[in-house]
Design a protein around this ligand. Structure first.
Ligand SMILES: [Zn+2]
Length: 144
């Protein structure tokens, strides 16, 4: 199969892939800790502490949603590496520089589109970026 992202060498891709896999591993390890912590908490349930537990839980859920969101991005990037489309901007198809990918392996937009998206986000709260974020949050809600 022809790779579309020929501007990246096999070495570049291998480097990115290893980084993504490491990040994924560390998130999964954290998730495991969190799951076992939840079980412990149910056993120790004390009505007097319920309020503080609720605050703690919402913190943890928010943390978890963010981790799951990031995990999905990592999986998507790994899939793109397999398909040979990794490193191409989702918006305009331009090549995302290796420098940028190395700093943010899950980057989906080139620097120009990213800046535009950020500007749009500031000017319009219902812009594209917030819409796609909302979607991933509801997806997370379904899997819980
Ligand atoms: Zn672009």
């Amino acid at each position: 199969m022809e790779r579309e992202n020929v501007f990246l060498s096999d070495n570049d891709l291998a480097f990115i892939q290893i980084r993504l896999l490491k990040e994924k591993e560390s998130i999964l390890a954290k998730k495991k800790d969190f799951d076992s912590f939840c079980l412990d908490k149910n056993e120790l349930s004390d009505p007097l502490d319920e309020a503080s537990i609720n605050v703690q839980t919402s913190h943890e859920l928010r943390f978890r949603n963010r981790e799951i969101f990031f995990l999905k991005k990592i999986n998507k990037s790994l899939l793109k590496i397999k398909e040979g489309s990794y490193g191409l901007c989702e918006e305009c198809g331009a090549e995302i520089t290796f420098e940028r990918l190395r700093a943010r392996p899950t980057a989906e937009l080139c620097i120009n589109c990213k800046e535009e998206a950020e500007l749009g986000e500031k000017n319009n709260i219902f812009g594209k970026t917030s819409k796609s974020l909302g979607k991933s949050i509801s997806e997370v809600g379904i899997t819980r």
